[in-house]
Design a protein around this ligand. Structure first.
Ligand SMILES: Nc1nc2c(ncn2[C@@H]2O[C@H](COP(=O)(O)OP(=O)(O)OP(=O)(O)O)[C@@H](O)[C@H]2O)c(=O)[nH]1
Ligand SMILES: [Mg+2]
Length: 457
């Protein structure tokens, strides 16, 4: 529910720093600002300008900190309400004292995401853009930030708006003809409506097709490192991460659990998963670990198959490669510091089963930079990011539901029997799209989305 009170929170990360910003939003900003901030100069305060002064305790008059204050009157602020920012020294103690004084002066401590929630409720941005704010803040790598930024600029909302307009125009046309539906004449608008709905359908399908690529930009490429035991998978993951995260030993069957770590390669995230060596298991625990490793390969966006170049190619290597899709497979021939036991013919066989083959030495890190470059290249090759993509399951579900309504409407229109029913389906489709962008009357959805946010945003 929208409570038109004044909220306060620290807008910068918790902890010590150069500057911390205490932000207030709501109708009482000017009143609270007048008692909480004592300007150095007595000139009239100008909005959207920084003013030097002191944050003071309104009860005792004690100065709490030397601050810069900025007021942003409604509606031209982030929330669409009056906003006041106090830029304090980055001290958690000072911030706490300033917030406590603001609360004593009548403000309320903000809930997570409440500033952005107010921005949505005041029409400053829609829900897809609000989600983009959270995604931009959480973006682990440049590609995720770029996707969020496009959504925040309204690219996705615009694309969804175009589809909705098309559906609404067909709906208007169908509704205008409801009164004439009893007449025996064939409705000559049927092909045109079908055409319009087919265009809308195509646009929705385009958005749905871009989902997987956008998810990878947002969350990273699930990159599984697999291979026989002892070939150097964990050593290679450590070399790529530049850490000793994975346990390495000369005993085959060392890794049991799948272990995940994120690495940033060229601004894209790769979620590296180290797995157990794949072979005929020697214990129940190993069998479970092998099963898990193969399962991870099945769910991966990319698989790096590690081969021990100092041994002849094993049937288990071939079996693993045969079960994978070549365009998303990279072969790393490891242990290149040791004499190679792989013939030219075997190397050609490997090359035919993978997008690329790289030679590495996980002990020295040789070839790892090349492997990183190859992963980046293969990932870029699989995905061409759409200018305005959907990136959340919520978006996908709403679009799938829209498609169901559209298809039913199309069928009813083709039958020319019951325009009222077609109109209901079209309205359903339009409502699905509207609710995706702005479910303003659905508290439950708003709660789910804004609870993900940090306090102060
Ligand atoms: N000479 C040489 N030895 C390596 C190289 N990479 C790994 N090793 C050694 O190979 C052994 C196995 O390495 P791990 O990284 O544990 O191999 P793994 O594939 O993860 O093994 P499991 O977890 O048992 O499946 C260790 O003794 C490593 O030091 C390499 O490039 N050259
Ligand atoms: Mg291992």
């Amino acid at each position: 529910m929208y409570r038109a009170d004044t909220i306060v929170a620290c807008a910068t990360p918790p902890g010590r720093g150069a500057v911390s910003i205490v932000r207030l939003s709501g109708p009482d900003c000017s009143r609270i600002g007048a008692v909480l901030f004592r300007p150095t100069r007595a000139t009239a305060a100008r909005p959207w300008a920084l003013h030097h002064g002191m944050a003071v305790d309104p009860d005792s008059g004690e100065a709490l900190d030397e601050v810069l204050a900025a007021s942003m009157p409604a509606p031209h602020s982030y929330t669409g309400e009056d906003v006041l920012e106090l830029h304090c020294h980055g001290s958690p103690v000072v911030v706490e004292a300033v917030i406590a004084c603001a609360i004593r002066a009548g403000a309320r401590a903000a809930e997570p995401g409440e500033f952005t929630r107010r921005a949505v409720l005041n029409g400053k941005m829609d829900l897809v853009q609000a989600e983009a704010v959270a995604d931009l803040i959480d973006a682990p790598v440049r590609s995720a930030a770029a996707l969020a930024w496009q959504q925040l600029q309204g690219a996705l909302s615009g694309r969804l708006g175009v589809v909705r307009e098309k559906i609404v125009s067909v709906l208007a046309d169908v509704e205008a003809n409801v009164d004439f539906s009893d007449e025996e004449l064939p409705d000559e608008n049927v092909p045109a409506r079908h055409e319009e709905l087919a265009t809308a359908r195509g646009k929705i399908c385009g958005l749905l097709e871009g989902f997987a690529a956008a998810r990878r930009q947002r969350e990273g490429y699930r990159t599984v490192v697999a291979g026989r035991p002892n070939v150097g998978k964990s050593s290679l993951v450590n070399a790529l991460l530049g850490s000793g995260r994975m346990i390495v030993s000369d005993e085959p069957g060392t890794t049991r659990d799948t272990v995940e770590e994120v690495v940033d390669l060229g601004g894209m995230a790769f979620v590296l998963t180290d797995t157990a060596g794949v072979r005929a298991a020697q214990s129940k625990a190993e069998a479970a670990a092998v099963e898990r490793a193969l399962e991870s390969c099945g769910q991966a966006d990319l698989v790096v198959v590690v081969i021990d170049g100092s041994e002849p190619l094993h049937d288990d290597d071939r079996e693993l490669l045969a079960g994978l899709e070549a365009p998303a497979t990279v072969v790393a021939i490891n242990k290149r510091d040791l004499p190679s036991r792989l013939s030219g013919q075997t190397r050609a066989e490997l090359a035919s089963r993978a997008a690329r083959v790289v030679e590495t030495c996980a002990l020295t890190g040789e070839g790892c930079a090349e492997l990183c470059g190859v992963l980046e290249e293969v990932a870029r090759g699989t995905d061409e990011l759409q200018p305005a993509a959907i990136s959340r399951v919520r978006h996908r579900t709403a679009l799938e539901r829209t498609l169901v309504c559209l298809d039913r409407a199309d069928e009813l229109i083709a039958q020319q029997g019951a325009p009222e029913l077609a109109a209901i389906e079209l309205r359903g489709a339009a409502d699905e799209l509207a609710a995706l962008v702005a479910p303003l009357d659905n508290e439950e959805i708003l709660d789910i989305i804004f609870n993900e946010f940090c306090i102060g945003k």
